[in-house]
Each structure stands twice: as structure tokens, then as C-alpha cells.
Design a protein around this ligand. Structure first.
Ligand SMILES: NC(=O)c1ccc[n+]([C@@H]2O[C@H](COP(=O)([O-])OP(=O)(O)OC[C@H]3O[C@@H](n4cnc5c(N)ncnc54)[C@H](O)[C@@H]3O)[C@@H](O)[C@H]2O)c1
Ligand SMILES: [Zn+2]
Ligand SMILES: [Zn+2]
Length: 366
């Protein structure tokens, strides 16, 4: 069927709205009409020279929509189901079997190349040339997508589906990092570096966990204001030389848990410095610059933990976040500003400049 999609034709080019041809779902796949899709910082990684995924590519990996067709062997997923799309995993490698699909042995091939695991992939352009359309098993910057049963989570019909997509990656990552990966305990102190979509989800989750002090650090005053509204007990402007010292003073010796969402080596080093002995810092920011540490930086029992997707199992964790949202304890919708899918380049600019925390793109006719 003919659908429309925002195609990245060149690493440096704006996204181009195009009509493309989408194949019918294969066994284990479903066709989803997208109601809304979040824009995550990871969607701009294919712009970096040498990155795994190469244009032409349809990015987008925080889709939400309605199942309109199913292939064979899709279990209990049915036409009409409202679904959130999350990351893909194989379901049978050791880490998947252990319940850690975010560390699936094929995570990078399935999620970060945009390529199908076998066969040509579901999309060709107007000239009949293939366009990579399996980014995070979905490529949701489109009116319709093919997704697999592993990365489709059915949700209740009364939810505002257009706004729910960001739960599938950025929001899940921030919240899962705090609630699952770091396992923040009630009464402990937490510092979150970077108050974007991921960092603010971490702040909300730290409040849910009952953390005593929640320190948010960012460069934008407006983001720090929102962090306070969402649960930060203290906010600090990043970039100053003494951020770690200020955090150690506030928390009488340092935080037990920190989360870096900036990927900046200097910020990570500050985060380590701000930990109390035995504290742990989680790293989720996509940084490519090297982190150089003296072994003594970790000598007091400090830990550094890389985290993908908040260690979450989407089929378990997304319904929990939705329950918290229903209870008014996880108001992630406050981060969202909607744009038509055709304004994707404006959304990208606004996310980069800091004007918008979490853009959500709405395809025409939704
Ligand atoms: N590991 C994962 O599974 C996963 C999942 C989703 C996103 N990510 C990555 O997480 C990162 C954050 O995503 P996001 O959507 O929240 O991005 P974002 O750009 O909205 O947020 C990053 C924030 O960091 C702040 N920042 C930058 N430099 C800083 C400094 N020196 N001190 C303090 N704050 C600083 C920015 O002002 C911004 O608010 C991205 O790199 C993204 O690719 C990782
Ligand atoms: Zn696997
Ligand atoms: Zn993401």
C-alpha cells in the first residue's frame, strides 16, 4: 500500500516527506497506522558520519497507533488493537531468555541499522528503490509501519494514543534507569545530569521511588523550572566548575545514584565526583567522545553502569508507567509539544535548540 513517510536521504539533508510503498505484514508482523510518534535524540544519530544506519532511512522509534492488518503467527495481537511501539529484540538469545531484551545479542542490528534481519525490508520509494524501514523494528516517522510482535505492546483504548509514543523509548529509558537499572531506594539521594526527555523522566521516577533529594542539572533554566515541578528538590546550572562540590554539600557527602543523559565526558566525570562512596552512576547519553578517568576516581567503591532502554521489558514496564500516569504520579505528557509529521524538520530544530523537550509528530489525517 502507498503510505507517507519522512525519509532521511542524506546525513546532512532535511527529512523529506515522500510517498513510499509499504509491503503487507509477514509472519510475526503487524501493520500499524501511526497516531503519533515521539522524536528522540537517537533519531538524529544517523546524521553522524560513520553511524551504523545509512540513508536512505526512515527513522522514528516512539510510535503509537492502531493495528490495521496482521500477518500469521502474531499471537493475540488483533486488528483494532491500540499499541505502543518499543525497541526490538530476538526473544531467544541468552539475554532475551534471561529477561533482558535491551541487551539482546542482536540489539544493534535490529534497532540501529534500519535494516531487516532477513530479506529486503518492507519499504521501497517511488522509483522502486529500497528505503531502510526497520529502525528500532518500526521506522515510525510515517503514516503506517510494519512492526514485529516483540516490539508491540497493546494498551487500553481510552488512552490519548497520539501522545503515548514517547513511553516506548525516551521516557522508558529515564524511568527504567532509575526504577530498574539503578534501583533507587526510598530515602536515597539522586542526581540527574541533563533535563531533557530522558532526564525529566528520571526525575519523575526518582520521586515515584521516594528518593529524598533529587538534584537536576541542566544548561536551560526553563528545563530546570520544569524539573522542579516534576519532583526535583534542587536544581543546578551545569557547566560551572563546582557542580560536584555543590551536590556533595547539598547531600552531605554525595549522592548514592546519578544518571548521565548528556553523554559528555566532563559531565560524567562530574557525576562520578558527586557520588558518595559505593555510589553508582548510570550512563544513557549517546556520546562518542572518550571518557578518561584515573583509576582512583572509582577507588571508593564507585560504580559506572551503561544502560540501554532503562533495562526495561516493554511489555511489563510500559503498562506500569501508564498506571502511574493515570494516578497522576508520572505526568510525562507535560514534556510534549505536538507537530504535524510534515513539520518534522522544525521539530528537530526545536529539540536541538532546547525549545521543545519532547516533540510528538502527528501524521496527516490523525
Ligand atoms: N541508552 C538508551 O537506551 C537511550 C534511550 C533514549 C535516549 N538515549 C540518549 O539519551 C540522551 C538524552 O536524550 P534526550 O532525549 O533527553 O536528549 P535532550 O537533548 O533532550 O537532553 C539532553 C539534555 O542535556 C543537557 N546538557 C547538555 N550538556 C550539558 C551539561 N554540560 N550540563 C548539564 N546538562 C547538559 C541539555 O541541555 C539537554 O537538556 C541522548 O544522547 C539520547 O540519544 C539513550
Ligand atoms: Zn535476543
Ligand atoms: Zn530513543
Amino acid at each position: 500500500m502507498q503510505v507517507h513517510a519522512a525519509v532521511l536521504r542524506d546525513r546532512a539533508a532535511p527529512f523529506a516527506l515522500e510517498h513510499v510503498e509499504l509491503a503487507a505484514p509477514e509472519p510475526g508482523q503487524v501493520l500499524v497506522e501511526i497516531a503519533g510518534t515521539g522524536f528522540c535524540h537517537t533519531d538524529v544519530l544517523p546524521r553522524q558520519a560513520g553511524f551504523l544506519a545509512t540513508p536512505p532511512l526512515i527513522a522514528g522509534h516512539e510510535g503509537a497507533g492502531v493495528v490495521t492488518e496482521v500477518g500469521s503467527s502474531v499471537g493475540d495481537i488483533a486488528v483494532g488493537d491500540h499499541v505502543l511501539l518499543s525497541f526490538d529484540s530476538c526473544g531467544c538469545c541468552t539475554n532475551c531468555a534471561l529477561g533482558n531484551p535491551a541487551y539482546c545479542e542482536t540489539f544493534f542490528q535490529r534497532n540501529m541499522t534500519g535494516k531487516a534481519q532477513d530479506g529486503p525490508g518492507p519499504v521501497v520509494d517511488g522509483a522502486g528503490h529500497p528505503v531502510a524501514a526497520r529502525w528500532f523494528g518500526q521506522s515510525s516517522f510515517a503514516s503506517h509501519v510494519i512492526a514485529g510482535t516483540r516490539n508491540v505492546v497493546a494498551v487500553d483504548h481510552d488512552l490519548p494514543l497520539q501522545l503515548m509514543g514517547p513511553l516506548g523509548c525516551g521516557i522508558q529509558t529515564g524511568a527504567g534507569s532509575v526504577l530498574i537499572a539503578l534501583g533507587v531506594e526510598a530515602g536515597s539521594d539522586v542526581a540527574v545530569f541533563g533535563a531533557g526527555g530522558v532526564g525529566l523522566a528520571a526525575v519523575m521516577a526518582a520521586r515515584v521511588a521516594g528518593a529524598a533529594m533529587i538534584v537536576a542539572v541542566d544548561l536551560h533554566d526553563a528545563r530546570l523550572e520544569l524539573a522542579k515541578e516534576l519532583g526535583a528538590t534542587h536544581v543546578l546550572r551545569g557547566g560551572a566548575d563546582d557542580v560536584a562540590k555543590q551536590i556533595r554539600k547539598l547531600t552531605r557527602g554525595g549522592v548514592q545514584y546519578a544518571l548521565d543523559t548528556t553523554g559528555a565526558p566532563a559531565v560524567i566525570a562530574t557525576g562520578i565526583d558527586a557520588l558518595r562512596p559505593t555510589g553508582t552512576i548510570g550512563l544513557v547519553g549517546a556520546g562518542s567522545r572518550e571518557l578518561v578517568l584515573a583509576p582512583s576516581a572509582l577507588a571508593t567503591g564507585k560504580n559506572v553502569m551503561g544502560i540501554l532502554e532503562g533495562d526495561a521489558v516493554p511489555h511489563v514496564f510500559l503498562p506500569r508507567l501508564i498506571s502511574l500516569w493515570r494516578a497522576g504520579r508520572f505526568p510525562f505528557d507535560k514534556l510534549i509539544r505536538t507537530y504535524p509529521l510534515s513539520a518534522i524538520n522544525e521539530a528537530e530544530r526545536d529539540a536541538a535548540s532546547g525549545v521543545t523537550i519532547k516533540p510528538v509528530l502527528i501524521p496527516e489525517g490523525q
